[in-house]
Write a protein that binds this ligand. Sequence first.
Ligand code: FE2
Length: 313
Amino acid sequence: MALSVKDMPPAPAGLTTTEAPFVEECRTRGELYIEQPYELYTPENHEAWRRLYARLWPRWEKYGNRHFLEGVETLHLHPDRIPRLEEVNRFLAPITGFQAKAVSGYIPTFLFFDSLRRREFPTTITIRHRDKLDYLPEPDIFHDVAGHVPMHTDRAFADTLARFGGCAHTAVLLAATITKQEEKLRTLTSILRAMARFFWFTVEFGLLRSRSGVCAYGSGLLSSYGELEHCIESKVVQRHPLQLEWAVNQQFEIDRYQPLLFIIESFSQLYELVDQLEEWMREGKLNNVAPGEPAINERDLQSFLEAEIGPAG
Ligand SMILES: [Fe+2]
């Protein structure tokens, strides 16, 4: 007797973006930091990783920066299967102290930045559908582990990222000195917008000048097959040396190839720019950045207002 569709066992749930019951349940229970239940990945999930990796590899060699390529090698990322975070961390932690920490999804901004300060990178464990490799509004494990984590093997970059995360503490301490609630929220919104823009134009979409020309170090570029080529080759992309006053006032849109990108000379230059960012924050120069994207939501503001940090910051 033939089985009807109704009688067939359900397909394994897997850990596919927006279709991962395990992650949904964690979120329902309010768990931000979770385990990576590796056995839940389906063959289709691993196939998505394999396809993404195979497509990107030649473009990484052509457009990626050497620190990234060395990082991919150091982490022993497997071309055919989704990495286990504990294996990645075994290679990563001894080098820079960074670790990939599995999360159930969106992390309020203060907690996200504070994790960077502690050298814990909030890492998505789900992966996009194997037939939708190109555009994904939400991060997935390919973006996070293949795009971000190899950069965390570089000492200068890792120090910069942790230093940037620490600026969130300065923002909390500054906000605490403002007594009027309305003024506090307005100031904090502007500071968070400046920090989000800085992060976007560097960690996510940054370009680096190298001896062989301009290459990508931003993870949004390194994890996108189409944009990685576009960001270097396209004639319509504006590429300018990174200027702090420009980056913190520049709005951006997330659902298109970036028309404007900033180039740095080195990660030590980037570190100095983070120092400057914090100095400007203390001086009040980030209190009135240009309005516009990104929007700063209630939950992000709240995460700063409720942040518990020691007196040393
Ligand atoms: Fe990212």
